[in-house]
Design a protein around this ligand. Structure first.
Ligand code: GRF
Length: 206
């Protein structure tokens, strides 16, 4: 019954296709792919990485999602990556631990359709150099009582696009940058796929 309904929904409404960009481990990417498996109107169609040996590429492949790598020249000096996204009919781009600045041609091809996650409460601990463990170390050193995640749209400035969602967790005196990272990752796993779904559903491309 459920399968029949999903097939009908697929037939009548156009699937919204997501591409995920990631530079490293890809634990969020895995959660997002799994969340949308069998979804009636949203699917992850492509995973891209700036690192040919990034574990995320293998993980995506194992989950049945096409995955490709590109280099700096292809990303910044050609339109290859945008061409690839358009050839795959991608509607929304998700950055899940993607470390390179998004170039203008990509921003223009997906205006207000690129979503990023940042592992802190922006505008605090954002900007250049603020990624991965650097963020959690800075949070610890500054003695903050809380940290969290920020899910936002991407524009020309690092970490400054429209905020879609934030969630918080406490930072205890006993916390280390590693334990802060673990708490933040949990918040990401719980909230990121659902927030992507909400955003895509309210901005569907006909
Ligand atoms: C996440 O904490 C994300 O917020 C940040 O990079 C990390 C990626 O982790 N931008 P993973 O590759 O999904 O495990």
């Amino acid at each position: 019954m459920l399968q029949e309904r999903r097939a009908l929904e697929r037939y009548f409404c156009r699937m919204q296709r997501i591409a995920i960009f990631a530079s490293g481990t890809g634990t969020n990417t895995v959660r997002i792919i799994e969340y949308f498996k069998g979804h009636s109107s949203i699917g992850v169609s492509l995973v891209l990485s700036n690192k040919a040996d990034a574990p995320v590429l293998e993980k995506a492949k194992n989950l049945g999602v096409e995955s490709v790598a590109f280099n700096r020249g292809e990303f910044y000096d050609t339109n290859d990556v945008v061409d690839k996204l358009q050839a795959a009919n991608i509607d929304f781009v998700v950055l899940a631990g993607f470390l390179w600045k998004v170039p203008d041609n990509l921003l223009k091809a997906f205006p207000d359709r690129i979503i990023n996650i940042h592992p802190a409460l922006l505008p605090k601990f954002g900007g250049k150099g603020m990624y991965g463990m650097n963020v959690h170390r800075a949070v610890k050193e500054s003695g903050e009582a809380e940290t969290g995640i920020s899910i936002h749209l991407v524009n020309e400035e690092y970490d400054k696009g429209r905020m879609l969602f934030q969630a918080r967790c406490k930072v205890l005196e006993s916390d280390t940058p590693e334990s802060i990272a673990a708490k933040v990752h949990e918040l990401e796993y719980t909230n990121f796929p659902r927030e992507i779904e909400l955003f895509v559903k309210s901005n569907e491309i006909a």
